[in-house]
Design a protein around this ligand. Sequence first.
Ligand SMILES: [Zn+2]
Length: 378
Amino acid sequence: MFSFKILKKSEKSKARLGVFSTPHGDIETPAFVPVATRASVRALPAQAIADAGSQLLISNTFHLHLTPGEQVVKEAGGIHRFMNWNKPLMTDSGGFQVLSFGFGREHSTGAMKEKQGERSVDEKTPSGIKITEEGVEFRSPKDGRKLFMGPKESIRIQEDVGADIIFAFDEATSPLTTREYMRTSLDRTHRWAQVCLDVKTRNDQALFGIVQGSEFDDLRSESATTIGAMPFGGFGIGGEYGIDKEAMAQRLALVTTLLPENKPRHVLGVGHPEDFSPVARGGGDTFDCITPTHYARHGTLFTSTGRLNMRNAEYVHAHVPIDTECSCAVCASYSRAYLSHLIRASEPTGMVLATMHNVHYFNILAKKVREQIALGEL
Ligand SMILES: [Zn+2]
């Protein structure tokens, strides 16, 4: 039902070209994964996401549990039918949202730390939540009621939601986590990984274990060795990578060297345009990030000549294509001046068109990475 074929391995780095087959089709890797937090890539219906060249989406267990609730998704026949997306789909475990960065936020934009040297000595667990061996107790950001999610609950919810690829429930620690805290947290994450394997019942879903360890190389190695030895269908790599892109590539390479070669690896919450190459060189096969959708909503377009903020005055009279290099439907039909007008006027269409272009642009970037690997350039 699942298979991962490596078509070519780079001689220069850990990069590999592959095809990951799932019950809903094949994914050419490395692949960028748009974020569909609440069973929707915000502003785009499923057909438009597919037209933008997307192969795989990631939805959010925590958010779907709150709204509309996994029962509703299950009643619909699963998330693919619910959102009319017939291609591969993954759900994250919810651990990230429950634990680290407060509630109501989308998937990470903060996997790269802005500044170094701000490690808090007293950092324990985030406030307002309680972590036990069974899981995490927290209050709903929606209505304040007490909720609980642990490895058993996360897998049950993810089985009800019905994505092709699901993730083990892990403790995604804060970027300021101390080594001492990371040590304790890592052991718990590894125990939870085993619980997830034990309680999983569906055979048509691939369960990915998650490697943590922040930017501590010895803990990263330990986590990769421990998680890599468990019978997961693939692996997620989460948490901090350090302050620059090369550190990320090296740290990913350290982890992927220790993971079984014949299984796919997903890098969680990383995917700015400048991350594509280091993620691939580090041995990542798929990676998700809210960047294209998040920036589109704020009027920023990613183009072959850099980022364009459509709110800038210079675009008001720019009756020229958005990006002459881009082959997307938006660039074929609309000007910078029109996009600028829509975004300035807060017309929802502006968000739709900007998101369509950005998602297409990111998918083309990933395609270029695949071409570079095929040509032996990466
Ligand atoms: Zn375009």
